[in-house]
Design a protein around this ligand. Sequence first.
Ligand code: F58
Length: 831
Amino acid sequence: RVYGPSSTPSHPLATAPVSPPPFSVDGFVKEFLHELNTNQGVALSRSSINDQYLALASTVKNYLMARWLETGRKTRESQAKTVGYLSAEYLLGRQLGNALLATDLGDIAQRGLELCGLDLATLRAQEVEPGLGNGGLGRLAACFIDSLATMNVPCIGYGIRYEYGIFRQTFVDGRQVEQPDTWLALGSPWEFPHPEASVTVHFGGHTEKYTDAAGTERTRWVPEWNVLGVPYNYMVPGYLNGRVNTLRLWSAQATQAFDLQIFNSGDYADAVRAQTFAENISKVLYPEDSTPQGKELRLQQQYFFVACSLRDFIDNELEEGFDLHRLPERIHFQLNDTHPVIAVPELMRILVDDHGFDWDEAWEVTQQCFAYTCHTLLPEALEIWSTELLGRLLPRHLEIIYQINDEFLARVREAFPGDELRARRMSIIAEYPSRGVRMAYLATVAGTKVNGVAELHSQLLRDKVLPDFSELYPDKFTNVTNGVTPRRFVRMANPKLSELITDAIGSGWVTDLERLRELEPYADDPEFREQFRAAKAWNKSRLTDLLAQRDGIELPDGHLLDVMVKRLHEYKRQSLKLLHIVSLYEQVHSGAIAAADLTPRTVVFGAKAAPGYKMAKDTIHLINKVAAIVNADPVLEGRLKVAFPANYNVTLAEKLIPAADLSEQISLAGMEASGTGNMKFALNGALTIGTDDGANVEIRELVGDKHFFLFGMSEPEVAQLGAQGYHPGSYYESNPRLKAALDLIWSGHFSDGDRYLFDSVVTNLVHNDRFMVLADFDSYLATQAKVEEKYADVDAWTRSAVLNVARSGFFSSDRSMRDYLKRIWHTQPVI
Ligand code: F58
C-alpha cells in the first residue's frame, strides 16, 4: 500500500488542512441541494424520500469528514495506544439522528429542510437500521465505541459487514416468521468501501516443516483456498468534541486468483459458484441466542474478520516503522466474548511463521495484546470448536493451540503437582463428549485480563465458571459493569426529559452522567414532578402514534405501561410475565377479583426468538394467542391489554423505553450476566420489577430499595434449591392460583380448544422448569400487587421515578470505558 501523492504538491490548497464546510441554514440548504443534484442525480422537485434521505446523510457526512481526517492525523502523531475492539456484532441502530446530535446540526438541518419543503422526521424514518447484532452483546459494542469517541480515546472497532443482519420478525397467525433483513437495499450512505486495502485470508490445506536460512526448524502453512476481505469504514463521531473514530467492518469476496484458476479450467458455472462460496462468509449474521451451533460457516466468519483485522493493524504498524516487539504498547485488543478468540493463535502464527519470532518471544507479545470479556453464565453458551473442524479449516492454528495448551498444562502441573484431575479440568482441549477447543479457556490463558459484565456476574465467573483459573491467576479476573450511551438512549431518545434535566442542572450530564445526582432534590419539587409526568405522557403519546401506524396496535390512554423487551429465552422468563397476565385474566373470570379492581395496565412485549429455538418460538405463539383473547375480552376492556409489536429492534427501543412506567427484569437469579435494557429503563424514569440478578443488583443498590421492586429467590437460594432437588410440580399442586393459570392454558382456552398446541410449554414448566418460574411465581405476583399500590399514589411513583433517573448515572458506558481504561487497557485519551 502506498499513500499520498508521488511528487511534492505545489498548489497551496493541496497541503492545507481539510476544513469542514461552514454551517448556517443557508449553507446547509446549499450543501443539501448540491448532494441531491450531484450524488442522487435528481432535482428537488423530482426527488424521492429516499433520495432526500441519502442527500441529507451525505451532507452530514461531508461535515464530519474533515474531523475524521484530523482525528486520524492526531492519533498517528500522538503515537498513543489504540483500543482494538474485536466484535462479531455491532447493533448500531440508525445513524442519521446520532450524527446530527454529535455534530449539533439537528436544528440547522430541520430549518434548512423546512425551507426546502421537507420534514426531518420523515427523512429520519427512511433509514433502515444496521442490525448487525443479536442483542445485548452487539448493542454493548455500539455503546462502547460511542463512548470512546466521545472520550477522545483512539479506538478501531473491527467486525463483519453482514449483508443480512438480524432477521426481520413477522407474525403469521401469532407465530414468528423470519424475513431477510435487506438493510443495504436502498443504499448505505454511512459506509466507505476500500477495496484497494483488501486483505487475503487463507483457509484449509496443511502445514509443513522446513529449515530456514539460519538453520532453524520452522513451520509453514500451505493453505488450500482463500477469500478477500474488503474493508468498509464507518464514522464513529464523538459527541460535540470533533473526534471521529473508525469502525471497520469486513466484507468477503472471492479472490481473483481463485476465480481465474477455475475459469481457466473451463467450468464457468463452478467459478461463479466459487464466488458465491467466498461471499457467503459475510452473507448473514447467525441469529443465535446463547447456544452456539458449532457451524463451520460461523468459524469461517470468526477467523475471517479476525485475520483481516490483525493484518490491517499490523501492516499499518509496519508501514509506520514500528517494531512488532512493541505491539503491546501500540494496541490492546478486547475480545468481545469468545467469538474473536481465534485471534490469539493467529497473532502467534503471524509473529512466529511470518516474522520469525521465536515461540517464547511471540507468546510474551501475544499475551500482552489481548483481554477477554465474558458475557454469559450458561454453560452451553461457552464455545467449543471441534478439533476435527479446526484442523480441517485452520490446521496451523490447531497446532499452535496444542502447543499453548502443552505449555499451559506444564505450568498447572508445576503449580499443583500430582493433581492430574485438575490438569484435565483446565485443559484448553476438552476430551469429552468429543475433542474440542474450549475458547473461553484459551482466552483466559492468553489474555492480560478476564472480565465479567456486572459485579454478581464477575463473582460467579470466578467462583463457578472458571474457578480453577481464578485460583491459578487471581489477578487476571476483574469486573467492569456494563453501561449504555446516554447520547442515544437519553438525549436522543427522550428529548422532553432531556430538556427538563438540562433546564434543571445544565447540559453537562450528557457527557458526565453522574451529574444526574443533582436532580435528587427535584424529586421533592411538585412542579418538577408535574413536568416529569408531562414528559412521560408525551413519550407515551409518541409511542401510541408509532404503534398505531407501524403495527395497527391501539394503546389505551392512562394505563400503567408495563414493558418486557429483550431476546426470547427461557432463562429471561417471559413465561413468568405471561403467567401473570393469564392469572389476572383467570381471576377476573373466576370471579376472584372484579375487573374494576384491576389497575389499568398495558403489557408490551418485544422479543425475537432464535429461528431454531422451539420453546422460544412456542412461547411467542402463546403470548400472541393470549393477547388475542385478552384484547378481545369486553370484561377486560380498559383494564388489561397485551401488545406485542413484531420486530423489536434498536429503533423501536428508542421509542418504547422512554414511554415505559415499569421495566420487567425477571430472569432467574444467577442467569443474566448483566442486562443493559434494565439500565436504559431506569435512566428514562421507569421503575424496575426485578430479581437480584446481573446489573439489577447494582441498580437496586444505587436507586435504593424503596424505589425498586425486588422479588424472587437470590442466587444462593437458587443454588440451594437446585442442590436439594427442585420439583416444580409441588408448586403447581400447592398454589391454586398458579394451578388455575396453567390449567387454563392447558385446557385449550387460548388455542381454540386445542389442548396440545401449548402442551410442551406447560408440561415443561410443570415437570422440568429449569429456570424455576413456578418457584418465583408467588413472589412475583405479590410484588406486582405492590407495584399497583404504589402506582395509585401518583406523587410517590413520580418521586421514585425521578430518583431512578438521578441515581443511575453510574450506568453510562462512559464510566464503563473509564473502568476498562484503568483496569485493562492502560491507555489514555488523546486531546
Ligand atoms: C448478553 N449476551 C448477556 N449474547 O446475555 C447480557 O446479560 C449482557 O448484558 C450483554 O450480553 C452485554 O454484556 C448476549 O447478548 C449474544 O447475543 C450472543 C451472540 C452470539 C451467539 C450467542 C449469543
